[in-house]
Design a protein around this ligand. Structure first.
Ligand code: PPE
Length: 318
């Protein structure tokens, strides 16, 4: 289904949401974007961590000196409007801010800044069975960008040129995804997901300084794990820690919580979703499927269905 798209302040039909080929973004990859999910929870349709995602969009734009002519609150309201207008009960929301027409050349300062919010239905990112069975992955031959090359805290379109190389290689090798190492060889993240490792009941994930995207699902999983008494450490881990892990899983808006059952043909744990992965997946689904929301992470589409008063957006911990 083709749903109306919010384009610079108003909803336009899908077919009319077009740009010029000489837009800066086409030539230089100058966009920043978000990926957000709206769930059809048992308490009604609700967006998961909308303020946190929009804050990251605003942060990404600031890093790239792009002035979005809308406030974070307006972008949040526009997302809700776009969802309501689509009639979808569950969807993926894609806000994107990009450099449009103006002057040609790398300097983007004389080009327009355009703002778009689109919605579509998006199922399981790494395959429907993956959530239960786990995925087979590889260590990518491409590294994550080095610090002080491309800003990793910005979710910028251009960053995904590297991600696409990783994903294409993985698929051509018969794998669902690639795990990238930092330029120093430490475990970083997947092409579109953060990575968690479990060993001896402790949970590890890469520190933000390793040029990972500071994932909002990652933050939620760290919170849910600590609430359940687990130790979660942000740590530099070598490649081979993957092969001797008890459990591995990815987190992300699109990927949700996806177990990894093998890496580079090494079986991980029992070769299927491990118990801690399952517990945290359950905890996550309790929020987004059942709508149990003690943290105020859900923004209900229909205000009347709102049972919990969302707290102010939690500071996104770096
Ligand atoms: N790392 C990367 C590189 C990444 O792209 C994502 C999200 C994450 C981690 C997880 O972040 P978060 O969604 O805040 O938990 N990737 C988005 C884009 C996927 C796509 O193919 O497009 C997403 O999951 O929406």
């Amino acid at each position: 289904m083709k749903h109306d798209i919010w384009f610079n302040g108003k909803l336009v039909p899908y077919e009319e949401a077009t740009i010029h080929v000489l837009s800066h973004v086409v030539h230089y990859g100058s966009s920043v974007f978000e990926g957000i999910r709206c769930y059809n929870t048992e308490r009604g349709s609700a967006v998961f961590r909308l303020p946190e995602h929009m804050r990251r969009l605003v942060d990404s734009a600031k890093i790239y000196r792009m002035e979005i002519p809308y406030s974070q609150e307006t972008l949040e309201a526009a997302s809700l409007e776009t969802i309501r207008n689509s009639g979808l009960e569950a969807c993926y929301i894609r806000p994107v801010v990009f450099r449009g027409t103006g002057k040609m050349g790398v300097n983007p300062l004389n080009n327009s800044v355009e703002t778009v919010i689109a919605v579509w239905e998006w199922g399981a990112y790494l395959g429907e069975e993956a959530l239960a069975e786990g995925v087979d992955v590889e260590v990518a031959s491409w590294n994550r960008m080095a610090p002080n090359t491309f800003p990793a805290l910005a979710k910028a379109g251009g960053n995904y040129l590297n991600a696409a190389l990783v994903k294409m290689n993985a698929l051509k090798n018969g794998k669902m995804e690639g795990i990238m190492l930092s330029t120093d060889g430490f475990l970083a993240e997947g092409s579109g997901e953060n990575l968690f490792l479990v060993r001896d009941g402790k949970i590890y994930t890469a520190p933000v300084g390793l040029s990972i995207l500071p994932g909002i699902t990652r933050d939620a999983i760290v919170t849910l794990a600590r609430e359940r008494g687990y130790t979660v450490e942000e740590k530099l881990l070598p490649r081979e820690a993957l092969y001797i892990a008890d459990e591995l899983f990815f987190t992300g808006t699109a990927a949700e919580v996806t177990p990894i059952r093998s890496v580079d043909h090494y079986q991980i744990g029992e070769g299927r979703r491990g118990p801690i992965t399952e517990e945290l997946q359950e905890a996550f689904f309790d929020v987004v499927h059942r709508g149990n929301d003690p943290h105020g992470w859900l923004t209900f589409i229909d205000e009347s269905e709102k049972e919990f008063e969302p707290t102010a957006a939690a500071a996104l911990a770096l």
